[in-house]
Design a protein around this ligand. Structure first.
Ligand code: GTP
Ligand code: MG
Length: 305
C-alpha cells in the first residue's frame, strides 16, 4: 500500500522526467495510432493499374523497372503470384500544359507538380493463373478483395496494361489474343453490368508492344492489326454455334450471343475502336523495357491516375 502511495506521489510531483515522459506519450500516441491504422488497411483507396499479358512478355520486368527506376531491368523469372507496388506519378501544370515527370524522378519528393499515388499490380501470365488477373477486374469471383461485392466491378481500377512480346508475336499470337479477349470481354461486361446499377469508373487498356529492341519486333501498328484480326477470328469461332443455327441478329438468341461477342455486335471485322461503345479506349504503343524506353507507357498510366 505504501509503495502505491509512493509511486502516486512521485507521479504527481512535478519533475522534468515526468514532463518529458508525459510529453512523449502525448506526441507519439497519435502517430502510433496513425501507423497502426494505415498498416491495417493497406491501399484501400489507391487507384490501381493491372499488368496482364502472356508469360514472358515482360510484366514483372516492367514493374521492377518502374519501381526501381533502374537503367537495366533485373533478371526475372516466371511469376506465380501477383505482386503490387505503390508508385507515384506527378504532373507539372506550370508551363500551361500538363507534363508528366519521367518515371525515374516521379517518386522523388522534390519532383515538380502534383503527386498522385497508385498501385501497380503484376499478375502471372501462365494460362492456369490468369484468373488472378481477371479477378482484379471483377473482385470476389474467387479469392481477391475481401468484402468486395461478388462479381462487382472494382472501383479503384483505372487501367489494364496488357504487355505482349512484339518480337515473338507470330508464335504467341493465338495465346496472347485469347487472353486479351478474356480481358476485354470482362471489361465489356463490366460496363454492361453498370447499366442496371451505378456506372462503373472508366477503365482503359494499353497494349504495350514490348521488346522493340529486338530486330524481329513488329511495330505497334502491326501488333495492333495482328491482334485485331486474331480477336475477330476468336469472336467468330465462339459465336459460330449461334450464328450458324439460323438465329438472326435481332432474334431471341441474340441476347446470349451478345454475352460472348466482343465489340460491335454482328460486325464483320473486329477493331479496337469498337470497344468505345463500352467506354473502353484501347491503345497500342511500342516500347522496350530492356532499353528503358517506357516513357510513353508511363505517360499513359499517368493520364489515367
Ligand atoms: P510471367 O511472369 O511468366 O507472366 O512473365 P512476365 O511477363 O512477368 O515476363 P518477365 O518480366 O519475367 O520477362 C520475361 C523475359 O523477357 C525476361 O528474361 C526479361 O529480361 C525479358 N525482357 C523483358 N523486357 C524486355 C525487352 O524490352 N527486351 C528484351 N530483349 N527482353 C526483355
Ligand atoms: Mg512475371
Amino acid at each position: 500500500m505504501d509503495d502505491l502511495r509512493l509511486i502516486f506521489e512521485y507521479l504527481m510531483t512535478p519533475s522534468s522526467t515526468i514532463f518529458i515522459v508525459g510529453g512523449l506519450i502525448v506526441l507519439l500516441a497519435p502517430i502510433l495510432v496513425h501507423f497502426f491504422i494505415v498498416h491495417q488497411t493497406p491501399y484501400t483507396s489507391l487507384p490501381s493499374i493491372v499488368l496482364a499479358g502472356p508469360p514472358g512478355a515482360g510484366k514483372t520486368a516492367l514493374l521492377t523497372l518502374l519501381e526501381r527506376g533502374a537503367d537495366r531491368p533485373v533478371a526475372t523469372h516466371t511469376s506465380q503470384t501477383p505482386q503490387s507496388v505503390e508508385l507515384t506519378v506527378s504532373t507539372d501544370h506550370k508551363s500551361g500544359r500538363p507534363i508528366t515527370t519521367p518515371y525515374r524522378e516521379a517518386a522523388r519528393d522534390d519532383a515538380p507538380g502534383k503527386h498522385r499515388k497508385f498501385l501497380l499490380i503484376d499478375t502471372p501470365g501462365h494460362g492456369k493463373l490468369r484468373a488472378q488477373a481477371l479477378n482484379h477486374l471483377f473482385p470476389g469471383n474467387g479469392s481477391g478483395d475481401a468484402g468486395a461485392e461478388k462479381g462487382a466491378p472494382n472501383d479503384r481500377l483505372r487501367g489494364v496494361v496488357f504487355v505482349v512480346d512484339a518480337a515473338a508475336l507470330d508464335d504467341n499470337l493465338a495465346d496472347a489474343a485469347a487472353y486479351l479477349y478474356e480481358v476485354l470481354l470482362a471489361l465489356q461486361r463490366r460496363t454492361g453490368a453498370g447499366r442496371t446499377s451505378k456506372t462503373p469508373n472508366a477503365v482503359a487498356v494499353l497494349v504495350a508492344a514490348n521488346k522493340a529492341d529486338l530486330f524481329t519486333a513488329l511495330p505497334a501498328s502491326l501488333v495492333r492489326g495482328h491482334l485485331e484480326a486474331e480477336l475477330g477470328r476468336i469472336r467468330q469461332s465462339r459465336s459460330k454455334g449461334l450464328l450458324d443455327s439460323g438465329v438472326g441478329v435481332d432474334e431471341v438468341g441474340a441476347a446470349e450471343d451478345q454475352d460472348v461477342w466482343l465489340g460491335q455486335y454482328g460486325s464483320d471485322k473486329f477493331t479496337f475502336d469498337q470497344m468505345r461503345e463500352f467506354d473502353l479506349e484501347v491503345d497500342v504503343v511500342g516500347g522496350s523495357i530492356l532499353e528503358a524506353k517506357v516513357d510513353k507507357w508511363w505517360d499513359w498510366i499517368s493520364s489515367r491516375i
